[in-house]
Design a protein around this ligand. Structure first.
Ligand code: PLP
Length: 480
């Protein structure tokens, strides 16, 4: 043989393994089990992107993926995330972040605590009594209050205790899906109460409620003979604030002040689900209902979430008439829905100063402060050679609250390819990907963490390499 014929230069991308092969490699597979496929997939795709750009020999892909996965901590249950989306109550990020006071209260309650003990007498005390007192101070219109596991639990308990086996009157326009497929009608249905719908999707009038009530069986006479065509046995009137969407155009709903006399005239409790947990009116959110106004307008009970606009831990609030609250408290289901001492501690601290809760602070952050922070971040990144642009950006309340209310502010715009590496960093950073850009809105990032955010961006840019130079990470080829 006189030597091999000359071969064409090999395509450096030829030997790149498909992503599934990488994830099944014995070197990698344990990490996938530990970190979860989704996280491992993101890392593998990042490394494959480097190989496709010739920044890594194909033969080194598996080692590199294994090394990077090995560097990532095993999930510690939950990992802290810097929320750079501008969405204040971010459901996928655990809704309201707790402030310093609430966090300190939570830590203080971690050991033994006077949850059901009166330290002055040494006798058994009312569980969570100081939190109920704080709620009644914040909402003087309420005679009594109860704290349960979340807003859905508060509604479920109210419907079970007041209307199981009977009918609840509700407007058709208020039968909402809360999120993640949970629908209010199903929730109420699981209490054993039956919904009696009135009105239409876009319009419900006072006369609709009145007609339905005039139609019902006389008090006490129903329940025995419930054959087809039996007249409904209405036990309560329910009003729900559909917080996560807005019906616009030709619409009409009956406000609490108008519905309350109708319910009262029929001798029925009016339960108002305000959802968002505002305790008093907020001029910045004119369409959000609040507990004080609803009770003043005649609601018998208000139920709400504690971890939306109130900015507390996950909990459900029940506020209102003492007899009704006591019926809920005495129901056997109340025990199954009660909150733990950590929730009570964090909620008590939040109620002491709701304006300082991170949700309130982020919601009210002045646009010029956000601009200054975005500018400072841009300058820090520019000094390290990473170019970014400061752009106007509206934050949002989120969490099924105040849809359509923009929170004007500013964001830093970076290449879209940074969003993935930012999510996988430590701390993880969640950006908003919009219009082909990765937007970092400082609104929900505690100002003390601005330097950490800058560091996370630089680290992500370093790991992303040329992914950030505008070249799509797949190099124009499918991932396998
Ligand atoms: C959010 C919401 C709920 C559910 O509250 P959780 O705290 O998520 O259980 C119920 N009703 C309304 C109107 C809501 O907005």
């Amino acid at each position: 043989m006189a030597g091999d014929p000359p071969r064409p230069a090999p395509d450096p991308r030829r030997g790149i393994p498909p992503v599934d092969t990488v994830l099944r490699d014995p070197e990698v597979v344990d990490h996938v089990a530990r970190l979860g496929r989704q996280r491992a997939l993101g890392v593998a795709q990042e490394v494959l992107g480097l190989a496709r750009h010739g920044a890594l020999p194909p033969a080194a892909v598996v080692d590199e993926v294994a090394a990077r996965l090995g560097d990532l901590d095993a999930p510690r249950g939950t990992r802290p995330v810097l929320n750079a989306t501008g969405v204040v109550v971010h459901t996928n990020l655990g809704r309201a972040p707790l402030g310093e006071a609430a966090t300190a209260a939570l830590v203080a309650a971690a050991g033994y605590a006077d949850v059901e003990l009166d330290l002055t007498t040494g006798r058994r005390g009312r569980r969570g009594g100081s939190v109920v007192d704080a709620l009644l101070r914040a909402v003087p219109e309420a005679e009594d209050a109860l704290v349960v596991n979340n807003g859905a639990a508060a509604l479920l308990l109210a419907m079970t205790a007041l209307a199981a086996g009977r009918e609840v009157l509700v407007s058709r326009g208020e039968l909402v899906e809360i999120g993640d497929g949970f629908r209010l009608p199903d929730l109420v249905g699981s209490s054993g109460a039956r919904l009696l719908e009135v009105g239409t999707t876009n319009r419900t009038h006072r006369a609709d409620y009145e007609r339905a009530l005039a139609d019902r069986a006389p008090a006490g006479g129903a329940g025995q003979d419930r054959g087809p065509g039996a007249r409904p046995d209405v036990a309560a009137v329910l009003k729900v604030h559909p917080g996560n969407y807005r019906v616009t155009g030709f619409t009409s709903a009956v406000p609490v002040a108008e519905l309350a006399p109708v319910a009262r005239g029929a001798g029925l409790p009016l339960v108002v689900d305000t959802g968002s947990g505002l305790l008093e009116p907020d001029p910045a959110l004119p369409d959000e209902p609040d507990a004080r106004s609803a009770l003043r307008d005649g609601a018998g009970l208000v139920v709400a979430s504690a971890d939306k606009l109130l900015g507390g831990p996950q909990a459900g609030l029940v506020l209102g008439d003492a007899v009704l609250v006591e019926r809920l408290r005495r129901h056997p289901m109340a025990r199954a829905l009660r909150v733990d001492k950590l929730t009570l501690a964090a909620l008590g601290a939040t109620l002491r100063d709701p304006a300082s809760a991170p949700v309130s602070v982020a919601r009210r952050a002045p646009a010029d402060e956000l601009l200054a922070r975005a500018e400072a971040l841009r300058a820090t990144l520019a000094r390290r050679g990473l170019a970014a642009e400061v752009v106007p950006h509206d934050g949002r309340v989120g969490g099924g609250g105040a849809p359509g209310v923009p929170l004007p502010g500013w964001a830093l715009a970076l290449p879209e390819g940074l969003a993935g590496p930012l999510r996988l960093g430590d701390p993880a950073v969640l950006a908003r990907v919009h219009d082909g850009r990765c937007l970092l809105d400082p609104r929900c990032v505690p100002p003390a963490q601005d330097a950490v955010l800058a560091g996370a961006v630089l680290a992500a840019a370093g790991r992303a390499g040329d992914v950030t130079s505008g070249v799509p990470p797949t190099g124009g080829r499918p991932a396998r």
